[in-house]
Design a protein around this ligand. Structure first.
Ligand code: GTP
Length: 273
């Protein structure tokens, strides 16, 4: 390849400018260079017009927009691309929990409120699970914060993979997660909660000291009203009851629908021992 070709040279120059001064200053320098080039071209045209005895204004009127447009459009494209990337990144950061990649607390609340309003309008029930890792403090103390973080990532992945695409999973803070199950009956929510609890209990997280297990306690609430705070409060109370009753269990906040499996009373298998 010919290293001196103008296209390649300008691409190198652009890359060098962007690397050295960042997009904003790089773009400014490029614009200034484009303006200088335009002025140079105008000077050449002026000289030609004098030589041919033509009015300069006529030549400029036709040539200046043609010369100025490409660098202007190029600069505009650069700026727009940068703006779109920044906007996407800000949106991702504000809606996603950095550590676990599930919805952040604020985003979960916004989505859940919308889902509850829709459920109330169509008279559907929604189920909310509050899920908290058991004795997480001890994991941090014994294996260190990095292992604690990995446990949270694994927990979030189990929750995300264990529910339907329309269900919402969010990290509410620390080692506490929430899952909203739209259009879920008590029976269905109980089964989902129990399945999540069991899957977590069977999971092993790799650590430098060998694989470790973790369990979760789950509080389950059903709601048809568009009041997220009330639902969170009820699910939280059920979660604390699950903790008080020994952890690694699902505790419903209300009597579940007829025929539902009572999650708190399901026999736990040997798999999580
Ligand atoms: N590694 C890690 N630890 C966190 C994070 N956020 C909160 N924690 C820790 O999570 C622990 C929560 O401890 P506790 O609230 O006592 O709960 P617990 O030890 O799980 O006890 P129970 O909930 O009663 O079973 C605290 O030690 C926090 O420092 C995080 O992002 N990463």
């Amino acid at each position: 390849m010919d290293e001196t070709r103008p296209g390649r040279a300008s691409a190198c120059l652009r890359g060098m400018l962007l690397r050295r001064w960042g997009p904003a200053v790089g773009t400014l320098v490029l614009t200034a260079a484009a303006c200088l080039l335009s002025m140079l071209v105008v000077l050449v045209i002026d000289a030609c017009c004098r030589a041919l005895d033509l009015p300069l204004s006529l030549a400029l009127a036709a040539l200046v927009p043609a010369i100025a447009a490409p660098p202007m459009i190029f600069t505009l494209c650069l700026v727009l691309r940068r703006l779109y990337r920044t906007r996407d990144e800000l949106l991702r950061r504000s809606t996603t929990d950095e550590l676990t990649a599930v919805a952040s607390r604020g985003h979960f609340r916004a989505l859940a409120e919308r889902e509850l309003a829709r459920a109330a309008r169509h008279r559907h029930a929604c189920a909310l699970l509050m899920i908290d890792a058991d004795h997480f403090n001890a994991i941090n103390d014994r294996y260190g914060h990095a292992v604690g973080d990995e446990v949270l990532r694994v927990l979030a992945a189990v929750l995300r993979d264990g529910v339907r695409a329309i269900d919402l999973v969010g990290r509410m803070g620390g080692e506490e997660f929430a899952v909203l199950l739209p259009q879920a009956s008590g029976a269905c929510a109980g089964l989902v909660a129990e399945r999540l609890r069991r899957t977590v209990a069977q999971c092993r997280v790799a650590t430098p000291q060998g694989p470790i297990g973790v369990t979760v306690s789950i509080g389950l609430a059903l709601g048809g009203a568009p009041d997220l705070d009330a639902l969170l409060h009820v699910a939280d109370a059920a979660l604390y009851r699950a903790k008080a009753l020994g952890r690694n269990r699902v505790e419903p906040a209300e009597p579940l629908a007829e025929g539902a499996a009572a999650p708190a009373r399901l026999a736990f298998g040997d798999e999580e021992a």
